[in-house]
Design a protein around this ligand. Structure first.
Ligand code: SR1
Length: 327
């Protein structure tokens, strides 16, 4: 019998057709995540096709089934819930097509699901908010149900309200669309009109960077310097806002979105290589505060690791055999 060496197996991976099925791709987090996916698929010599459901869950379900029917070699999914993804993922399993999901509310043996340390990200930013506010004040929460990361962040939010009884939620809103930041800005403007006096709102907790951006623009344009924003996520645009001393957004917790994309692809190629992979992979977030960033120059997320320990350049999912594919 001819035994294939691991080097042969690795070169067999070249030319794989990979589908990425995204619930939405609007916003800078999604764009930088997509850049990471593209970069790593290219590294393995694969060919990427992206399907975007534009927040339509039934469209996402059809796109996933389409990717299975079109016999892609491997499938990546981004967001989506159990009702949307389960049928397509089971079909992929029957067809022996490996699947790696990011931020999905699914638990299917054999399907690897990647998530950020969502509860920890929420805890880190809420703790900073409580500290800056001296444990009391009125806050606005920007959050929405129905997304895996949001449900996990909500657990930390509820604990936070219990821990700090003198911190009161005076308004809560949030929805995801193809214009999330703009919609958030309009809603935040309305809340600022409802609470026009200085000190009526202590802070905003924004559970997604598109929410933080919209709220920051509304607060800045209204000339309100008394309200701080604590957010989640970090993209180049977010970093610009965080570095701007006139912006109310002072802190965020995040995993490098490019790293997320790259790591997800590595797990898919592990499966294509025949490696054993875990069903759940959790990525470690870092905390970023304006005070850690240089005041004299604008930096990008590619440079953020020079200022914030643990940011970017993750080797999670990397295997010895992958060294054949130069980075
Ligand atoms: C609507 S869900 C948005 C979140 O997905 C990713 O997990 C990002 O962290 C973003 O905050």
């Amino acid at each position: 019998p001819v035994t294939e060496t691991s080097a042969d197996q690795a070169s067999d991976l070249k030319g794989k057709k990979i589908a990425l099925v995204m619930e939405f791709n609007s916003g800078t987090f999604s764009q930088q995540y997509l850049a990471g996916v593209k970069e790593e698929v290219e590294r393995f010599g694969g060919e990427l096709t992206t399907f975007v459901a534009e927040t339509d869950k039934s469209k996402m379900a059809s796109q996933l089934e389409m990717a299975v029917n079109q016999k892609f070699d491997g499938i990546l999914t981004d967001h989506g819930d159990a009702a949307t993804l389960t049928a397509g993922m089971n079909k992929a399993k029957e067809a022996n097509i490996p699947v790696v999901a990011f931020d999905a509310l699914v638990e299917i043996p054999g399907i690897t699901v990647i998530e950020q340390g969502d509860q920890k990200m929420a805890e880190m930013t809420l703790e900073q908010l409580a500290k800056d506010a001296g444990g009391k004040g009125n806050i606005v929460k920007i959050w929405t149900a129905g997304f895996a990361p949001m449900e996990r962040r909500q657990v930390a939010y509820e604990q936070f309200l219990n821990t700090y009884p003198d911190i009161k939620e005076i308004a809560a809103f949030g929805s995801v669309s193809n214009s999330t930041a703009l919609d958030t800005q309009a809603k935040m403007e309305a809340i600022l009109k409802q609470y026009p006096k200085e000190g009526e709102i202590t802070a905003v907790w924004a559970s997604y960077d598109e929410f933080a951006k919209g709220a920051a623009r509304a607060i800045q344009q209204a000339g309100r310097t008394d309200i701080k924003i604590y957010g989640i996520d970090m993209s180049d645009e977010d970093l610009q806002m965080l570095q701007n001393p006139a912006s109310p957004w002072v802190a965020s917790a995040a995993v490098d979105p490019k790293d997320i994309g790259r790591i997800q692809v590595r797990y898919l190629f592990q499966k294509l290589h025949g490696d054993q992979t875990e069903d759940k992979v959790i990525l470690e977030p870092v905390y970023v505060h304006r005070d850690q960033l240089p005041a004299d120059k604008q930096i990008s997320t590619d440079e953020l690791g020079e200022y914030v320990k643990g940011w970017g350049g993750s080797t999670q999912g990397e295997q010895d055999w992958m060294s054949e594919y130069s980075k």
